[in-house]
Design a protein around this ligand. Structure first.
Ligand code: SAM
Length: 440
């Protein structure tokens, strides 16, 4: 680590001593980001039982105090009301300037912190395409997309060049949160420290440039790429961007208007522990060409059997995920608008997984309930975050409900859907997915 510290000294100059104080301190920054798709910031603040301090990086970011442990077990976390995210990791999406209706690609997306932040900004309008090249990580990404109630996402497990060549010019905005040497993670992850070497930094930089060059293919004329890393090395940050701009003179760095951290390359931002987070770099790049609308793709309408719509109406009110359905194998999906052709792109999910066709019935899927508001479900029960019932539900137990309830019923925590069960005769058969259940 001596070489790393020498490099930090030459990067930080007079501020190196201050950096060292943080580096040698065991206290690390922890944070959460409120998921406004499911819960407002004000509401979550009233439900959390700790002192609230907002982070400087995004309007939904809150520091988790040291004494708060196992926040992932909080029923509100199960319900997708928030995402646990290192505070400075929320900076990059702020620089993408997402507008409702945008088509956004998150090329290196797992486990999904930034994807779910993009989804909240899209507010279920437009399209989020979340891609992750490592299969097991893509599954974790998918489970976070489900938990946070994202309706308008495609989740894929594809190589960046394959994906971007197939979706040429399709996206308004692209996030490249590139795999890096993780110097900003050293304080909380000793594995990143063990893997570190100057050679590793150089090989990361080469890979980052390659990913960025793939990404540009999928960007429309006039579109924006934000490139980010959680490392400090100049090779992987300023170096990669300088090389990319040299190879691609049609791109330039744009002022994103944020003021966290400190500037580098004029408008790019660097965040060090002295700035309130573990560490990040982010830069906004604009493709300086005529602004043309992205190409649109026509979906071929496929006839959906009547009993599928009957099922949809039996479980939900006013078809909250739209009318455009698709059946693949046993699965029924409610699709977002203007979806491109997904063939050959190893897609794990598109839109909302509404249900699965079983022998003589259709069973709703957890994803659909997570995306619905309580009043969009035909039936729901609501419990307080501190109630025994919600604990039992998240353990996988049967719970007592009103005798009058019969059929698929959403289970909510303080009016935020957390899952569902099947009610009959005064009890609710638990349908909370086994892999998500809390331990007794
Ligand atoms: N954006 C994510 C978030 O906010 O939760 C974190 C992404 S992490 C910094 C980088 C991701 O890139 C990892 O999930 C890693 O598996 C993936 N990755 C690794 N090698 C890659 C490659 N050659 N091309 C694209 N992605 C790669």
């Amino acid at each position: 680590m001596e070489i790393f510290l020498e490099r930090m000294k030459s990067l930080l100059g007079d501020e190196f001593e201050e950096f060292l104080k943080f580096y040698n301190n065991e206290k690390i920054y922890r944070g959460l980001r409120v998921n406004t798709l499911k819960c407002s910031v004000d509401k979550l603040i009233t439900l959390l039982n700790f002192t609230i301090e907002k982070t400087p990086f995004c309007g939904e970011g809150i520091y988790i105090p040291d004494e708060v442990q196992s926040i992932g077990n909080n029923p509100l976390h199960h319900a997708g009301a928030f995402y646990v995210q290192e505070p400075s990791a929320t900076s990059a999406v702020e620089m993408l300037d997402i507008k409702e209706g945008d088509r956004v690609l998150d090329l290196c997306a797992a486990p999904g912190g930034k994807s779910t932040q993009i989804a909240a900004k899209l507010n279920s309008k437009g399209l989020l395409w979340s891609n992750e090249v490592v299969k097991n990580r893509a599954k974790i990404l998918l489970s976070n997309i489900e938990r946070l109630g994202v309706k308008n996402a495609v989740v894929s497990n594809c190589y960046p060049d394959v994906l971007c060549n197939k979706l040429k010019g399709y996206f308004d905005k692209i996030l490249v949160d590139a795999p890096c040497s993780g110097e900003g993670m050293f304080r909380k992850n000793s594995e990143a420290q063990n893997e570190w070497s100057v050679e590793h930094v150089k090989s990361c930089a080469a890979r980052q440039l390659q990913i960025l060059n793939s990404a540009k293919t999928a960007l429309r004329e006039g579109g924006v790429i934000v490139y980010s890393t959680c490392t400090f090395s100049e090779e992987e940050n300023e170096g990669v961007i300088t090389e990319f701009l040299k190879e691609n003179p049609d791109f330039s760095i744009e002022d994103s208007g944020v003021n966290f951290g400190r500037p580098t390359l004029k408008y790019a931002r660097r965040i060090f522990p002295m700035d309130g987070g573990e560490g990040h770099f982010a830069v906004k790049l604009r493709k300086n060409s005529q602004s043309l609308p992205a190409p649109s793709f026509k979906n071929n309408p496929v006839k959906i059997p009547d009993n599928v719509y009957e099922f949809y109406d039996e479980v939900f009110v006013d078809r909250p995920f739209g009318n455009k359905l698709e059946i693949i194998g046993e699965n029924i999906y409610a699709l977002p608008d203007n979806l491109p052709d997904t063939k050959g792109l190893n897609v794990l999910r598109k839109g909302v997984l509404l249900g699965e066709i079983k022998k003589n019935r259709i069973e709703p899927h957890h994803h659909a309930f997570m995306c619905a508001k309580p009043e969009q479900c035909r039936r729901y029960v609501d419990f307080d975050v501190n109630s025994e019932e919600i604990k039992l539900f998240l353990h996988g137990n049967e719970i007592k409900v009103d005798e009058s309830l019969k059929g698929y019923t959403a289970v909510c925590v303080n009016k935020i859907t957390a899952g569902f069960g099947k009610a009959s005769g005064g009890s609710l058969k638990n349908k909370y997915p086994k892999g998500l259940r809390t331990l007794k």
